[in-house]
Ligand binder design. Structure first.
Ligand code: DQA
Length: 146
């Protein structure tokens, strides 16, 4: 699980848009869900684009898939998109808010076109739904190609 920039501020950041759950609470729920599903989950947050690129590169060969909330880099980062394509790992994109109901600049995602799918608009629940989706995808392979 990769969390992008400013998500470390969840709980106090624009609560009318992102809700009041903190990142630690979201991570705790994700860990519980992963344990229940019997999967190993590594969680990292970074405010830096380059670090997220490094994490995606390092995931290759070590993890089966990547769940990511790229936050603002969703709308700007060709580097993240290229990293995803380069490693060839299945990626599920999640957002707390429904990015299609917000400002025009949020309505385009560079990641969506290279992800298996995207879940947005369900607040903290988007993460659990995303984790279940990515687990389902990995378990369904090789039937279910990227
Ligand atoms: C976000 C949506 C992005 O547009 C924004 O920049 C974020 C959070 C979300 O989870 O709703 O930081 O990814």
């Amino acid at each position: 699980m990769l969390h992008g920039p400013n998500l470390n501020l969840l709980g106090t950041r624009e609560t009318s848009v992102y809700g009041t759950a903190t990142l630690s609470e979201i991570d705790r729920d994700l860990k519980r869900l992963a344990e229940k599903e019997g999967v190993k989950l590594m969680i990292q947050q970074s405010n830096s684009e380059g670090e997220l690129v490094d994490r995606i590169q390092k995931a290759a060969g070590r993890y089966h898939a990547v769940l990511i909330n790229p936050a603002a880099y969703t709308h700007t980062s060709i580097a993240l998109r290229d990293a995803i394509v380069s490693v060839g790992l299945p990626v599920v994109e999640v957002h707390l808010s429904n990015i299609y109901r917000r400002e025009a600049f949020r309505r385009h995602s560079y990641i969506a076109e290279v992800a298996i799918g995207q879940i947005c608009g369900f607040g903290a629940c988007s993460y659990s739904l995303g984790l279940l989706a990515v687990i389902h995808h990995v378990r369904a392979k090789p039937k279910n190609k990227r």
